[in-house]
Design a protein around this ligand. Structure first.
Ligand code: ATP
Length: 896
């Protein structure tokens, strides 16, 4: 049985709570590790190059805990309760409740307290569900690391994929392009390793890391963070491998890593999305409206009738009525529902607010390989420099792939190399016996890979084999091999070869040039002065679902742009096959020197960008965003990570590399690209319901405030008692919550949906007064019924009458404003919405007859009164329908 490990001197103790003070300790420990030779590091970590024993790793896991940053684990109740209790809307209610208590209005204080309790309870419950949904969805996209461990002391080391949270100090991990650095590590062995540390340093240029101590920038503790991150032998949790491979040993995990210590110190928040900003903006506007309207109601009342305590209570109740305390509950309910619905289409929304951004996306940029096409490539041809089939070309290309995969860390194998190896094996082309002595693996910026190989039976000579994009390799060639003879390559030959490759590319075949050079051992040759042996052609298989999915996106008003590292002619051909008109293809080199405004303008009118490197992909995305587009990016490769991060919403597929899955907000689980269109629709549905909630609640409340102002001037008494206003407000708030589950007008699903506060204001200004007109008619009827008598019985009748009419008009508003079309069987509300409105209609009708009528100072309404107020509600329906029709006529579709 594994005994609990002694705390190792060099190992971090499990991260405690004192996060703020951990950074200096962590930095000191890193300095220690960085200054030791590798063998000493391994000894201090009580591990070896062959990895930990499984049993020891388990014991360490129990001791050090999961490799997760505190705060990213399971959602906890206490902070949720605290957040609910300190939400600004609830704080306003505290103040209003306290003022009511100070004025002796204990009934109002009780109702306000009930409102606070209900709102907090609903918010905690909903936030908990929201977090659970988010955690479940995140768990569906597990990030793994390649770890080397042994089953027993005698067993050979085995490399296997392990969920990142199971890593422990002392584990030996292998890193390749696209991998997250899963913990703080010391590099043991590396090949051309470059690491993107932007998450930690903000610097997007990848940093070279290497195993050899004493080369590159040495670690200097006095440099602080900068020195730490520049240290070539250290890799940090949170960074990603942008090129090359490495084997490294884990020094610290979870909260004991540098990232963990920074997280604890800075408590970083998720960057604010357009959605967050929109919700905040609307909340602020509502609070502003309340701060203006409540004092105004008081001032008008005081001006007309003199300063009275009742008027103050009344104004306070108006303020409570205008406080949108249920808005956070509504938003999280709608997002959680949307995320669950997305799952039905095999779409995992990793960050729930991304749902709104999905619905707002107007431009979707995507890479080609693995997105428009499958990532299983087929080999179309292998030809000599004159275009004649030649097995020798396939052999050299496959040996290059064998060499690339021979470095221990190079795993998983690049798709193109995988296709080459499979085809060579199938064609019986021999690749055995070759041993790689040097490897420069493929990276998207260089667009080529090189290996130096030696054959086991010919130890005296070594061969450099380079394969890669034609434009990249051809300029490095000075000769071409034809039927075993090496001929000099003239400029005319050069042109002819480019044309040969272009002809294949125009047919959708991606051509890779293969070139070689002999070299003597230990005599480095530069990767030039090569002999071209020929080309290998690959054909991307278009995804079956691509055409239909792109058509579905176009139907939804989403413009698609393709950003690929591939040849422009191949890109154009694949786009045409997928139903996209490519137009003029813009090359990466064309955008290299452009400044942002020019690039924005070019990007807006370009559909296909080709031969574009990872940084340029991200630049195009940023330029589109800068010109006001809401941009989505769909990609799966290491070359897509920057663009995924910089887009409003990053989308990837389940088979993507780690960094793409980590950077993305949305992950498609299935193979069907159509899911993107469904996810966009789900985003629009979610936002459509939130928008409906805002439109109905704000326009109704605004109408009510106008009515109250008018009543303050016209009536000798208050139009409704403060307590009644509070009860009515509570009923209306609860009735609106089910809108999160409502159906959405199909037309609204066809356009990107964005937050537009000015449009919301125009809507409220036009529709709100319809409510006021109905109220004024009700006032006239009630004055007629009561004979304008100021006695308490007449006032009770008036108050009950307005309570009844107001709740009924609000229930009607839900049905009339929830859809752009008039209510009918075809666009009827979802059942919960229907139930909500039935509930408030019942309350409006039955409350005056119930035992609660007396404490609320209500009385039953005479038949005539009920009938005429029902007539007013019918009149309201006509008015609001006319106002809605007018609104849809003047509201320009481009603004919707
Ligand atoms: N394993 C490899 N070895 C050598 N050259 C390669 C390899 N993989 C790709 N290339 C070359 O580099 C070019 C760019 O590759 P990159 O991975 O950036 O983009 P892509 O896969 O062509 O397209 P996308 O950007 O749409 O994923 C390819 O078109 C090809 O010419």
């Amino acid at each position: 049985m594994a005994s609990a490990p002694e705390p190792l001197a060099a190992l971090p103790t499990p991260a405690g709570a004192a996060g703020a003070s951990r950074l200096p300790t962590v930095r000191g420990r890193l300095a220690d590790f960085a200054s030791m030779p590798v063998h000493q590091v391994l000894r201090r970590l009580e591990t070896g190059p062959r990895g930990l024993l499984e049993e020891a790793a388990q014991a360490r896991l129990e001791h050090y805990g999961d490799n997760v940053i505190t705060g990213t684990g399971r959602p906890r109740r206490a902070p949720q309760v605290l957040r609910a209790l300190t939400n600004p809307f609830v704080m306003i209610l505290y103040v209003l409740g306290a003022v009511s208590a100070a004025l002796g209005a204990y009934g109002a204080t009780t109702v306000i307290s009930v409102m606070v309790l209900i709102s907090c309870w609903l918010q905690v419950r909903q936030e908990h569900r929201f977090d659970r949904v988010a955690a479940t969805l995140r768990a569906m996209v597990v990030t793994t690391a390649t770890v080397v461990r042994r089953a027993s002391a005698q067993a050979p080391p085995v490399a296997r994929e392990l969920p990142v949270d199971q890593l422990v100090p002392g584990d030996v991990v292998r890193l390749g392009p696209g991998d997250m650095v899963p913990a703080d590590v010391r590099v043991l062995r590396s090949t051309d390793l470059r690491v993107d540390q932007a998450v930690l340093t903000g610097e997007s240029v990848p940093v070279v890391k290497q195993a050899a101590y004493g080369t590159g920038a040495p670690y200097r503790e006095q440099d602080g963070d900068l020195g730490t991150f520049d240290c070539p032998v250290l890799g940090f949790m949170g960074s990603t491998v942008s090129a090359g491979t490495a084997t490294a040993v884990v020094m610290a995990t979870g909260g004991s890593t540098y990232f963990g210590a920074m997280h604890a110190q800075l408590a970083p928040r998720r960057a604010e999305t357009a959605f967050d900003r929109g919700v905040k903006g609307v909340s602020r506007a509502l609070i502003g409206l309340m701060l203006v309207c409540a004092p105004l109601v008081f001032a008008v009342n005081a001006g007309v009738h003199g300063v009275r305590l009742a008027a103050l209570w009344f104004a306070i109740s108006v303020a409570v009525g205008l406080t949108p305390e249920m808005l956070p509950v509504m938003v999280s309910t709608a997002l959680a529902r949307g995320a669950k619905a997305g799952l039905r289409h095999k779409v995992v929304i990793k960050r729930l607010p991304a749902l709104h951004n999905l619905g707002a996306v107007g431009v979707l940029c995507m890479d080609k390989t693995g997105t428009l096409t499958h990532d299983q490539l087929g080999i179309e041809c292998h030809v000599d420099p004159y275009g004649r089939p030649d097995d020798d070309v396939l052999r050299w290309a496959a040996i290059n792939s064998v060499g690339t995969t021979q470095t221990e860390e190079a795993w998983p194998v690049n798709d193109l190399d995988e296709a080459l190896l499979a085809h060579a094996e199938q064609a019986g082309v021999p690749t055995e016996g070759w041993i790689a002595t040097e490897v420069v693996p493929f990276d998207a910026a260089r667009r080529s890979s090189s290996v130096v190989v030696r054959h086991a039976h010919r130890p005296g000579t070594e061969t450099l084999i380079t394969k890669g994009a034609v434009e990249q390799v051809l300029p490095r060639c000075t000769r071409l091999r034809v039927a075993g003879d090496d001929l000099p390559m003239s400029a005319a030959e050069h042109r002819r070869l480019r044309e040969l490759a272009d002809r294949h590319a125009a047919d959708g075949v991606r051509m890779l040039a293969v070139a070689i050079a002999d070299r003597r051992p230990f005599r480095p040759v530069p990767d030039q002065d090569l002999t071209l042996v020929g080309f290998v052609g690959f054909r991307d298989q278009p995804r079956d679902s691509a055409r239909a999915a792109l058509a579905a996106l176009a139907e939804r008003g989403v413009a698609v742009k393709v950003l690929t590292g591939d040849h422009p002619l191949v890109a154009a051909r694949i786009c045409r096959d997928a139903g996209i008109a490519p137009g003029r293809t813009v090359l990466g080199e064309e955008i290299a020197g452009l400044d942002e405004p020019v690039l924005s303008e070019l990007a807006a009118r370009t559909t296909v960008f080709a031969r574009i490197d990872p940084e340029q992909k991200a630049r195009v995305v940023r330029a589109l965003r800068a010109s006001g587009h809401v941009v989505g990016f769909l990609g799966d490769g290491v070359n897509d990570a920057g663009a995924l991060r910089d887009a409003d919403v990053g989308i990837t597929v389940e088979s993507a590399v780690d960094i793409a899955r980590e950077s993305a907000d949305v992950v498609l689980l299935g193979d069907d690209l159509h899911a993107v269109a469904e996810a966009v629709t789900e985003g629009r549905r979610t936002f459509g319901n939130i928008k409906k909630y805002l439109e109905i609640t704000i326009s109704s409340n605004f109408g009510n405030v106008l009515s109250m102002l008018a009543a303050s001037i016209l009536l000798p008494f208050l139009p409704m008692l403060p307590m009644q206003i509070l009860v009515q407000n509570l009923c209306f708030d609860l009735c609106l919550l089910p809108l999160a589950f409502d159906h959405v007008d199909r037309r609204a699903l066809r356009r990107p949906q964005t937050f537009d506060p000015r449009r919301l204001t125009r809507f409220v200004l036009l529709l709100g007064p319809a409510n006021t007109l109905a109220d004024l008619t009700a006032f006239a009827i009630l004055l007629h019924v009561t004979g304008g008598h100021p006695g308490s019985a007449a006032q009770a009748l008036f108050h009950t009458g307005w309570f009844f009419e107001n709740l009924l008009t609000q229930a009607a508003a839900v049905h009339l404003l929830r859809d752009r079309r008039p209510p009918s069987r075809r666009n009827r509300a979802a059942l919960p919405v229907f139930a909500g409105t039935v509930a408030i209609t019942t309350v409006a009708t039955c409350l005056p007859l119930s035992p609660l009528a007396a404490p609320l100072a209500m009385r039953s309404l005479p038949g005539f009164c009920l009938l005429s107020l029902t007539f007013v509600v019918a009149l309201y329906c006509v008015l609001i329908s006319a106002a809605k029709a007018l609104w849809h006529r003047i509201d320009s579709p481009t603004r919707r």
